[in-house]
Design a protein around this ligand. Sequence first.
Ligand code: AMP
Ligand code: ZN
Length: 497
Amino acid sequence: MAETLKLSLYDTMTREKREFVPTDPKRVTMYCCGPTVYSYAHIGNARAAVAADVLFRVLRHIYGEDHVEYARNITDIDDKIIVAAKEQGIDISEITTKFAKIYNDDLAALGCLMPTYQPHATEHMDDMVAMIEKLIVDGYAYESEGHVFFDVTKYDDYGKLSGNTLDQLKQGARVGEAEYARKKNAADFVLWKPSKEDDPSWDAPFGAGRPGWHIECSAMIKKTLTSEKYGETIDIHCGGQDLKFPHHENEIAQSNCAHNAPLANYWVHNGFLQMDAEKMSKSLGNVKLIHELLETWDGEVLRFALLSGQYRGELDWTDSLLKQAKNTLDGWYRILEQEGLEFISGNEPEDISLEAPVLSNRANCFLNYLCDDLNTVNVISELSQLKQNLSNGYDNGFDGSSPRIIPFSLKRKWNLLRSFVGTANLLGLLQKDPEEWFRGKAQEGGLTDAEIDGLIADRAQARADKDWGRSDEIRDVFANENIILEDGADGTTWRRG
Ligand code: AMP
Ligand code: ZN
């Protein structure tokens, strides 16, 4: 465990940045609300997952890889899924299996680690039914015409997370609709509802049907992350800020009442990804799908672009953001290419001119920024400064003692490079081989990697055969496609220009 690092997180519940202290440093727990899998995810959805992934990586760095448990659910039962299945005339499981896989593949391309647990709602119906039964028995929930509702007046702290009061909610409620006629209070929310005729349905003591969305997360958190031994409270709960109300407010109410313990000690919410100053969302129709962006951009470029804003603020998704992300990453990979990975990952060079305090300042600085509520903006800016210094061949008195130029000793350079690559890796960046990186992505209609490799082999054969016509022809194809060849002692390498 990296004892000296102190992580602070902005906690939505207390509305302040707080030092993160886990209940048990040997078992840090976090939960993030996952996707409803009925169609492709957009890059706004990815922002929530990437922010949680950075937090997961930082926690693993501080507490050790085996001491952090992260659950992110899959919501595989929902009205939208049922509608999509009906429209396509297929079983809901065909839709949910397909889109859960696509979601995981998309996030893997964005460099997200798989969570420790990925519970599916349909596999936890018994846990939901048991929690609802307990809430009914204890007087927090009531049955009404085949439905079960949570009575919000029974939980004194209802509204504490989002700042909504019951009075405000009463005023904003839509009266007259069937669901509202069944409720005691307008703000009561559904825990269980009857399924329509052919819709998927599960047996329950209060009638066959299916769960409301909120109870899914409470039940899956209980099942995957809490226990009698460890208690009912997890360390961190994350998600997009649109989930604060009603989803997280309702998770909190039902879990508190079922367990008489807080659901989470820290609430971490990411800001919106925007397009033209509006939230990117399916309902507004202004979405960029992850799988479509991946046709043009490397996943690391998308990840870098998402991390170029601190997770809590809004971030505008633009072409220039992507181009800038690509340019910066090109510069970072150039360092890796020039310095040689063998050098960076090799043994520490013997060199007595090491200036230890400067180096540890630099390494700590990256981590301290990251530990300051995941300030990826400052980390990226420091990394870019360091990259510039490494390209220049000298450092610039980083410790602030004086603005002098410090030429690199071998050992100093080695340490800085290690720190550079280590920090980028912690952000989930610089995960590729530089050669693979510079090959870039094939554009639509352009030559694929395999076609380029094939033409390079043809060119070698043409040269061996002294078939200069064919060799020139292939050279022209590459020139037209802006493919740059580099002939070296170990053969020919290539990259897209
Ligand atoms: P949804 O599929 O709308 O339930 O969203 C899944 C996750 O993505 C939730 O954590 C949302 O808060 C988050 N999310 C959706 N749209 C955006 C956006 N434009 N920016 C950031 N997060 C978003
Ligand atoms: Zn949730």
